[in-house]
Design a protein around this ligand. Structure first.
Ligand code: ARG
Length: 573
């Protein structure tokens, strides 16, 4: 709609001022949505033309209105320096629904990303730890961004940057050798490893010699000792096996699991390069990059014993990704407590002279607390992600048994609805906001929730199957009456549908899936209002077809929108 209006504005501009008009995409970007719907559907601020045309914005708006050649598309009215447009309902209805029908699955898709690659580092779990509720955000924001950018034509590489390096793995081997058993750990999985680790810390407080033993084992890992490597790799396999189920439930996949240990042999050249570029300085035996000119603490590259750090591995990883993928953007979806780490990382790469350093972005999100206090494994205030998913699925299943006992495939639907509720909760508000996890809220399926949007989608499916069952044919060649959608409720739905491509593009470019979450919720609300006010399958066939075509468009947009958020859309609930 915006591009149509913009093209019409360009025409009016040429005839009003006998001058070269601004480019259509630029005009398109200038079009705003007025704060008050009574002012119209779109507004063009004319202030920016004033300098070129040497006229006041108001007289420019008047001249454009006088030269307006597209009364079929929209009426326009001058308001100060603005030209306000009220779309013509009939034309708008036909254009919008035709566009959605002919685009099919590629509505709101684009080829802007053709030939471009985006790397997304998300979820990035640590070995021998269980996923907790905080991981939901990085996992689902990253997953949604992956789908959004793919929809815009980019090639996306999803990377799980495993936390699989560090002295804790030496301690874990030491604990396992002392108190663990193969069967016990095989059976108990990651929680058994966590228990061993906790025990190590308790006992080490009484017997400090244990710390040395842990260090010894880590040295062995570093040297590639076969027993140490065998155990370390086994811990890794166990962890990946445990999280595999969680990822499967969430429908999340990765192209790579290249974790920190992948970069062990790739760090030396990076350290050499830093030294050769004169960036490395010694400070109390450690090697650092001084960042005081930027007003931030130095980046630690090597400890005094020569050990590498998280930042060293991230430097090697960024350089590796740039060389391997030639990315246009590399995103790191990590909570904001690592803000400083990423500022240091990006700045060091800039100082190294890498032009692509500007294409790195930290997509940070808020901290997650639990019933009002920070998560803490040590204090037992922790919520594990798989427990939350299981509880939501159980609740969904109970609701289905109560309300739709005859539904086929209840388990699959319960899974889609339970998971949908949890994922929606993570993507429903702006990512930078801190969130307090509460069970009652997570398990609430009423109001603005994932199940509400899913339910609306299922409602559309049901309207469509009733229409087919009644023998209605609404295929492209059949006449339908746009006038019957001239009512306010249908127009509200259409306006939201026509703005959906913008919501998709904004959500991607601002790394903010919540923009899309909000938009699909609004579409669902508007459709339900329409549904309650108007009988779709009543009256003239042409009118019925119009309502069904609108319903089909809503169904397709909701299904695709939910998909882009990582939420399934069952046809029946
Ligand atoms: N494993 C890290 C953590 O749990 C997150 C890693 C994020 N990605 C990265 N390239 N630093 O804190």
């Amino acid at each position: 709609m915006k591009s149509r209006l913009a093209a019409a504005v360009a025409g009016a501009y040429t005839s009003a001022f006998a001058a070269e008009p601004p480019r259509v995409p630029d005009l398109c970007a200038m079009l705003e949505v007025p704060p008050d719907p009574a002012m119209g559907d779109y507004a063009l601020p004319c202030f920016r033309f004033a300098k070129d045309l040497r006229r006041s914005p108001q007289s420019i708006a008047s001249a454009l209105a006088a030269a307006w050649l597209s009364p079929d598309l929209a009426d326009c009215a001058v308001a100060g320096g603005y030209l306000n447009f009220a779309l013509k309902r009939g034309a708008f209805t036909t254009l919008t629904l035709d566009a959605i029908r002919s685009a099919g699955d590629s509505f709101a898709a684009s080829d802007e990303g053709a030939g471009k690659t985006i790397v997304i580092d998300y979820s990035s779990i640590n070995i021998a730890k269980r996923m907790h509720i905080g991981h939901l955000w990085t996992t689902m924001i990253g997953h949604s961004l992956k789908r959004l950018f793919e929809h815009l034509g980019y090639k996306v590489v999803g990377i799980n940057h495993l936390g699989d390096w560090g002295t804790q793995f030496g301690k874990m081997i030491s604990a396992y050798k002392r108190w663990g058993s193969r069967e016990g750990v095989e059976r108990g999985g990651v929680p058994a490893l966590v228990d061993l680790y906790v025990r190590f810390h308790k006992e080490a407080a009484l017997n400090p010699a244990l710390e040395d033993e842990g260090r010894e084992w880590f040295l062995k890992i570093e040297r590639g000792d076969s027993e140490a490597m065998e155990l370390f790799n086994w811990f890794k396999e166990l962890t990946l096996r445990d999280v595999e189920r969680t990822y499967r439930l969430l429908g999340v996949t990765f192209d790579e699991y290249t974790g920190e240990s992948f970069y062990i042999d790739k760090m030396e050249p990076v350290v050499d390069e830093l030294r050769a570029k004169g960036l490395l300085t010694l400070s109390e035996g450690a090697s650092i990059v001084d960042l005081s000119a930027d007003g931030i603490p130095p980046a630690l590259i090597l400890k005094s014993d020569g050990a590498t750090l998280y930042t060293t591995r991230d430097l090697a990883a960024a350089i590796y990704r740039a060389r391997t993928y030639h990315f246009d953007k590399c995103l790191y979806v990590v909570a904001y407590h690592q803000d400083l780490h990423f500022r240091q990382l990006f700045r060091v790469l800039e100082l190294m002279g890498y032009p692509w350093a500007k294409d790195l972005a930290h997509v940070s999100y808020g901290m997650v607390s639990y019933e009002g206090a920070p998560l803490s494994t040590r204090e037992g205030r922790i919520v594990y992600l798989d427990d939350v998913l299981d509880a939501a699925i159980t609740k969904a299943r109970a609701l289905i048994d109560e309300k739709s006992p005859n539904l086929p495939d209840k388990d699959a639907t319960a899974r889609a609805v339970g998971i949908g509720a949890i994922v929606y909760a993570a993507l429903g508000s702006g990512r930078i906001k801190d969130v307090d996890f509460r069970w009652s809220r997570a398990l609430n399926f009423d109001g603005e929730t994932g199940p509400y949007v899913q339910y609306t989608h299922a409602r559309c499916c049901s309207v469509l199957s009733k229409a087919s069952a009644a023998g209605l044919d609404w295929s492209e060649e059949r006449e339908w009456s746009p006038e019957s959608l001239g009512n306010d409720e249908a127009q509200a739905v259409l306006l939201l549908l026509s703005r959906y491509p913008e919501a998709v593009s904004d959500a991607a470019h601002r790394y903010e899936p919540s923009i899309l979450t909000r938009h699909v919720t609004q579409i669902a609300q508007a459709y339900n209002r329409y549904y309650y006010e108007h009988r779709i399958l009543d009256g003239e066939a042409e009118n019925q077809r119009a309502g069904v075509i609108l319903t089909e468009a809503v169904r397709d947009v909701l299904r695709k929108g939910l998909y882009l958020l990582g939420i399934d859309a069952p046809e029946r609930m």
